[in-house]
Design a protein around this ligand. Structure first.
Ligand code: PGA
Length: 261
């Protein structure tokens, strides 16, 4: 049974008070929908407010996540947040390797691998972001780039194979991949559903070959109310990772409810 995942990436928006007001409106307007989950990747300072707001009243369809973690569990790393600290603030998942981290902050493939490991060790579900730049796409390297990013970040599948404790195994089983073509993020340009499905199939094949056939693969990059339905109509697309169109609770509610009975 496919459980669609709607992931909001708030990026550098919505402080604690704004996050509380947002979640209050969202919870009021968007009752749980069978077969759908909604995850909120909040700025670190708002994590606790979001985690508090998504708990309670028996709602298990909502979850709070961090946008980034450091690979070490603790130490002298001024300005950084570790997996265990994010967990203490109430996070249950974390984005890893978002293209803005890679492009603007120089995050490498190897660092994403260490962050995936750190997330799993802390019991956080990693949402690993992969995607090609425009020039890579124009040189026909999309699949090569995406599989290289997967292979490094998941240690060619070793991440999933290794013997782990219960907490870590539960997180391993829930790893999520987000395919976000860099040229589609925040640009208003998005991949056609067929383009996305083509890359999703390659990702799915790579995952299946390494014993992860049920891993969810999200699409991200300028997803909005107008294009979400046709993207979700692709059986290869298990959900969406949304920046701009997730910042306003009523727009996000409409997006999450798209096509729901
Ligand atoms: P966007 O961002 O929806 O604003 O394009 C998506 C993302 O960066 O995750």
């Amino acid at each position: 049974v496919r459980r669609l995942l709607f992931a909001a990436n708030w990026k550098m928006h919505l402080g604690p008070d704004e996050a509380r007001a947002y979640l209050k409106a969202f919870r009021r307007d968007c009752a749980p929908i069978e077969g759908r989950e909604v995850w909120f990747f909040a700025p670190a300072v708002s994590l606790e407010a979001v985690a508090h707001a998504v708990r309670g009243e028996g709602r298990d369809d909502l979850l709070a996540g961090a946008q980034n973690i450091h690979w070490e569990p603790k130490g002298a790393f001024t300005g950084e947040i570790s997996g265990p600290l994010a967990v203490q603030a109430g996070a249950r998942a974390t984005l890893v390797g978002h293209s803005e981290r890679r492009q603007l902050f120089g995050e490498t493939d190897e660092q994403t691998a260490r962050k995936v490991d750190a997330a799993l060790n802390a019991g956080l579900v990693p949402v690993l972001c992969v995607g090609e730049t425009l020039s890579e796409r124009e040189r026909d390297q999309t699949i090569a780039v995406v599989t290289r990013q997967l292979a490094t970040a998941l240690r060619d599948g070793g991440t999933v194979a290794g013997g782990r404790g219960t907490k870590e195994s539960a997180a391993v089983a829930r790893i999520v991949i987000a395919y976000e073509p860099v040229w589609a993020i925040g640009t208003g340009r998005n991949a056609t559903p067929a383009d996305a499905a083509h890359v999703h199939r390659a990702i799915r094949r790579w995952l299946s070959d390494r014993g992860m056939p049920t891993t969810r693969v999200l699409y991200g990059g300028s997803v909005n109310l107008k294009n979400v339905a046709e993207l979700l109509a692709e059986p290869e697309v298990d959900g969406v990772l949304v920046g701009g169109a997730s910042l306003d609770p009523s727009g996000w509610t409409a997006l999450v409810r798209t096509g729901a009975p």
